[in-house]
Design a protein around this ligand. Structure first.
Ligand code: TXA
Ligand code: MG
Length: 372
């Protein structure tokens, strides 16, 4: 539907719910929760100041952290954001390294920064007064239908309370935002599980601003060789006050209530059982004064590593893709349902999905990072 045609809706109840949500977005200042392939979004019209202010308010988000506008097609981007200017001209004028990506990876978890046109009708709150705006065409059919039916670009951050892990189930949105928004569309579990990959659409050499649903390897394969030496802006955590191209990167993020301790693999040939013994010792030291704790394993931590009645063990998955899909739901489950004081997480290498997963986990753990 990249050409602007509407997705086909066959179920009457689905249609009613979509129309109700679209009506809220088009005709009111209110916001709705909706699924995308990455995480659930909290959406309102990108063009309406009050809707956008209500998004910031509902999730307690600092208003200097701009929002992504979601469009259902290139045609909608053209009509609704660029007005008179043909967007095809705009996309012709961005560097080829980015054009390759929009041509091959939309619809999907790719967000690109484009210049705000003179003729723009975007709310200044959507862009937080930046000279660029962020845009993506999601692939989730519920998201696509909602945007097309609303007939406006939908500004949407992840639908969590600010600082908490992003929601990948409708129940996560309900948990964080109940009483604050009138409607949540339940589209089941998000398949990707982390937010979109954000790239700068203006500067060369190309810049990856946030690792996400498309891996760096996929970006490189689709965007061309120039991406091989691209800078990854936020591999390290950016300090408050520092000037950043992606404002969201300076805020606390993805944090459960519990303290998160992240073990990151240092690689090398050191004996595995020795490494796991060291991990076990570290965990034992840290759990002396806590009521209960969780261990989230990935590839190496065995289930019999901890044997305490107040400890729970969960596997995040056995492949990087599974780990990425399960990450936020698992953090939320042990935090909200099991109410643990500490979550120990086995990290993975920064390859493939590992780059986005470790980016989120490093932020969740802030300073509690231990090499193993
Ligand atoms: O997958 C996703 O991207 C999800 C779903 C709902 O689409 N959305 C999402 O939005 O993750 P949010 O608000 O949590 O993250 C948007 C990121 C922030 O880091 C923000 O600072 C950056 O994009 N951003 C947005 N507009 C920008 C702009 N004009 N210039 C620089 N960075 C921008
Ligand atoms: Mg977010």
């Amino acid at each position: 539907h990249i050409d602007g045609s509407l997705p086909t809706i066959t179920d009457p109840e689905t249609e009613r719910n979509l129309l109700e949500a679209a009506k809220i977005i088009r005709e009111t200042d209110n916001t709705v929760g909706f699924p995308t392939e990455t995480v659930y979004g909290l959406g309102g019209s990108s063009l309406n100041d009050q809707s956008v202010l209500n998004i910031y308010k509902a999730k307690n988000r600092p208003s200097d952290n701009p929002l992504i506008s979601h469009v259902s097609s290139i045609d909608q981007l053209n009509r609704k954001i660029y007005g008179q200017i043909q967007v095809s001209d705009v996309l012709q004028n961005i560097p080829q390294v980015y054009r390759n990506l929009t041509e091959k990876l939309w619809p999907g978890p790719l967000t690109i920064l484009l210049p705000v046109p003179q003729s723009s009708t975007l709310s200044k709150y959507t862009t937080a007064d930046q000279p660029t705006f962020a845009v993506r065409i999601p692939s989730n059919p519920v998201a696509r239908a909602l945007i097309a039916l609303s007939d406006v670009p939908i500004a949407a951050p992840s639908a969590n309370q600010s600082t908490r892990p992003s929601p990948t189930l409708a129940s996560h949105v309900y948990h964080d935002l109940k009483g604050r928004i009138p409607l949540i569309l339940d589209g089941g579990a998000c398949t990707v599980g982390v937010e979109s990959t954000v790239v700068d659409g203006l500067v060369t050499p190309p810049l990856l601003l946030r690792p996400g649903g498309f891996t760096w390897e996929q970006i490189r394969a689709m965007g061309g060789e120039d991406w091989s030496n691209c800078k990854v802006e936020n591999k390290k955590t950016i300090k408050a006050g520092e000037k950043v191209r992606t404002p969201g990167m300076k805020y606390r993020h993805y944090s459960p209530q519990a303290k998160v301790v992240l073990f990151t693999p240092k690689g090398g040939k050191m004996n595995l059982s020795q490494r796991l013994d060291d991990v076990k010792k570290t965990i034992e030291e840290q759990i002396r004064d806590v009521r209960n704790f969780a261990v989230l394993s990935t590839l190496l931590f065995p289930s019999n590593m901890i044997n305490y009645p107040n400890g729970i063990y969960r596997s995040l998955g056995h492949t990087n893709t599974e780990i990425q899909t399960n990450l936020f739901a698992c953090l939320r489950e042990v935090d909200e349902m099991e109410n643990v004081d500490i979550i120990f997480v086995e990290g993975i290498d920064d390859e493939g999905e590992g780059l986005a997963v470790m980016n989120r986990l490093r932020k969740a753990a802030s300073n509690n990072i231990i090499l193993f």
